[in-house]
Design a protein around this ligand. Sequence first.
Ligand code: NAD
Ligand code: GLY
Length: 369
Amino acid sequence: MNTSDLQTVSIDLAERSYHIAIRGSLFDNPLSYAELPAAHSALIVTNTIVGPLYAERLQRALAGKYPQVHTVVLPDGEAYKTWESLNLIFDALLGHGCDRKTMLFALGGGVVGDMTGFAAASYMRGVPFVQVPTTLLAQVDSSVGGKTAINHPLGKNMIGAFYQPLKVICDLDTLKTLPARELSAGLAEVIKYGPIADMDFLAWLESNMPAALAREPAALAHIVKRSCEIKADVVGQDERESGLRAILNFGHTFGHAIEAGLGYGEWLHGEAVGCGMVMAAHLSQRLGLVDAFFVNRLKTLIQQAGLPVKAPLLAAADNAGRYLELMRLDKKSEAGEIKFVVIAQPGRAAVRSAPDAMVRQVIDACCAG
Ligand code: NAD
Ligand code: GLY
């Protein structure tokens, strides 16, 4: 990794603005944290996989700035994005006598990031926090923009808050230890930015997918930077999702139904989003917005990234009915009407509803392969 080439992306949100730093050799460098406000204590939140790999190095990097640096290690995985795990963070904060200035550090993927952000939003009505994302998915999406949440058995990310971090440290070197399946899952959220915002980026990904899968540093640096730029632009215009920001959920309405329908953790979030994008593209085609060439182009790229493109059958006599039932729980639904992010034209997304019969056809076609 060329360490001389620090890239930054700004999230412009008035007094809540912050920077995303992108490079290798960042998370364990004390300089990465130099501009953060001083505090008596810091709490690193991590999990049983990421903690043994990186927590000690982060602890050492923070030790010069914070007299007390504590660590709490959560169980790993989407199935643990729960009240119980959240409470472990509060137990640690209260147990160590942490105050309103205590700085939280989310060291891990999107699950740790979303839970740490929610804990920061609610501990003593709000303490500062920093995102140190260690998965591709978290670096290109979940650590940026301030959405924080835990799951409820009846719906994903249903309980949470908008709460921005003070900084995001995307250390590209941490991606070296990421399992290949997780890298592919992250690429789903990367691919998403093409059809909704930047077809040149989609074309770049078509040419550079082998380099991305091989984790070539220059390819990863471009992917993280361009993804963060697009997300920063959208979040800067619509922080609390009163409209535009919903386009970032392309593929997520179908994807969340897959995750909840199979049981959290069975498919990775990124895998469900990848397949969900294929389904949403098919729906866009049935709505007369895009052609079969576009749908196949997107499907091919998703497949190239190592992601599933055939939707799973959910355990129910009426498979499409079960999908519809789960999708009605989506946060975009209004009065029971499901709202889908569709591609209005390549490079531009829109939110639309669709007749149940049409959605059933899409589900049937996508489950059949
Ligand atoms: P994850 O946090 O579960 O991480 C994936 C796996 O990789 C875990 O087992 C983790 O321990 C492991 N891991 C993390 N970093 C590693 C590393 N460097 N080396 C080896 N293993 C590592 O999953 P994710 O894909 O990062 O995030 C998915 C979550 O993000 C979902 O809960 C989703 O809802 C959420 N999300 C939130 C937003 C948002 O805007 N807040 C956006 C997209 C997704
Ligand atoms: N990942 C969707 C959003 O941040 O809005």
